[in-house]
Design a binder for this molecule. Sequence first.
Ligand code: M5T
Ligand code: MG
Length: 587
Amino acid sequence: MTQRMTILYILRRMAKEVRPYWPHLMAILLLNLLAAPIALLAPVPLKIVIDNVAGSQSLPWYLAALAPEALQHSRQGLLVFAVGFLVVIALLSQLRALAGWVLETYAGEGMVLDFRTKLFAHVQRLSLSYHDSKGAADSTFRIQYEAPALQYVMVNGIIPLAAALSTLVGMIWVTSLLDAQLAFIALAVSPVLFLLSYRVGDRLRERWESVRSRETTANSIVQEVLSSLRVVKAFGQEEHERGRFYQESARRMRALVKVAFLQGGFDLSVDITIALGTALTLYIGVLHVQRGMLTLGDLVLVVAYIAQIYSPLQAISKKLADLQGSLVGAERAYRLLDQTPDVAEKIHARPLLRAAGDVRFENVCFSYGGSQSVLENVSLDAPAGTRVGIQGSTGAGKTTLLSLLTRFYDVCGGRILLDGVDIRDYKLADLRNQFGIVLQDSVLFSTSLAENIAYGRRGASMEEIIAAAKLANAHDFISNLPEGYETLAGERGMRLSGGERQRIALARAFLKDAPILILDEPTSSVDVKTESSIIDAMDRLMQGRTTFMIAHRLSTLDSCDLRLEITCNTLCTLQTVGGISQGVHAL
Ligand code: M5T
Ligand code: MG
């Protein structure tokens, strides 16, 4: 199991993450700190009423400085002052809350947005092998639901914690000026509270971890089922999937109940500890009044302040426990961010504008991580413009061979050269820009057909899109659709037939106009008539490009210059057609 990140480490990383928002956080902290003096002022009107309006003591100097001269000399005047004071305090406190709320939302949402975008960008960079093994739902969950942990911890956690701590210090100071002994007694409970938070925090974190992992699993079930709904329906497995979902969700619920139980118990212990502290201070406070050490008004003030000491203490202990869930979320988001892409770009990678299309495999070996190797010592040489036909039984490694060329995976041994340079030396985006790819089952995006065709070349004009569709024999069927090029393709292009999707994919490749083509059984799922129309379009597409074409129907490969077969993990040359055969051979 991977080692747990310490809380301090997570916090440090978060602080770095949100550096652009430090000024906002500071402002929020300041606003939070303002709460303390405002809170200090809150019981003052009551003290004035008791000591100076009902009682007959004179106004203390600090209030005399504040009160208008005219109001100071009559009880009526002092009462008006006390009441006015109360309204001003309420107004100040509300304005402070409003400003805090707006700033918190802006900074909090802003940092989550940045963090999410960073995670998303990182997830896209991660290799296919990572996603194949982890599944999309896990990453989705971390981006959508774990990233907000940043906001909870930084804005709703650390700031109130820091504010509570300084309020605490201020309150202790003021209270000790009034009655030092009482302040000390009130504080005597704090070690108990911190010990409680420390002990419970660790256990809470463990339990939150279990809640989160169940949540991810339940989420992946939904995602998996919805994306393969056709299969689920076809096999009538709805009930089975419902059961699977229910089981995982129920496990999550049980884990969450355990969390609630622990947290509830913790809150209860905190509150009881605090109630005991308050009771003790009240008891001793009354004794002090009886002995004449304290006025009654001062006792009311002290009791009010002690409550204010306890509220930050309570907030601190509860926050420490509360934060555990978010810390678990943050840790999971960071774990995703720490995954290094196994297909990485070199630091000073070479740019590549447009390759000539010379492709050479030299003793390439590859396996998908397990012990079984898929390709061993594969060598081939295809000068620019060669049409390479690849055949081989199912699972022989044909798709794998071409996935290595586009660096979806990196070779385990040997190397692949493009125009004489190892493909690992090129910038990744530049390298992939050299390929037009049409797969066995083309996936479209849920946007319009026009946008789907323009996917490989953003910003292509409508004329160019139509020209590409014509070359791909797709223009006729698109024009016959009621909304033409604006027709929405549906999720994954499911509103089109297989043959139609293939032709859109071909149009995409035409428009991209890349020097190297990869055609992985593009005609395997279509009827003979569509196949001939697709082959006709492919013939046009292959002009002047290096092409790798995989086909099970061998007649499709007839026009190739070089015919290769993958058997027993390696390549054999079947046929080399004259003309350019000089350079075209399997080594
Ligand atoms: C070649 C294995 C697969 C097969 C071999 C994608 C993938 C494949 N494999 C893994 O172990 N993990 C993976 O993630 O690799 O697979 P292929 O290259 O896809 O085969 P093909 O294209 O020749 O087959 P087909 O059916 O498309 O004609 O043993 O288990
Ligand atoms: Mg394949």
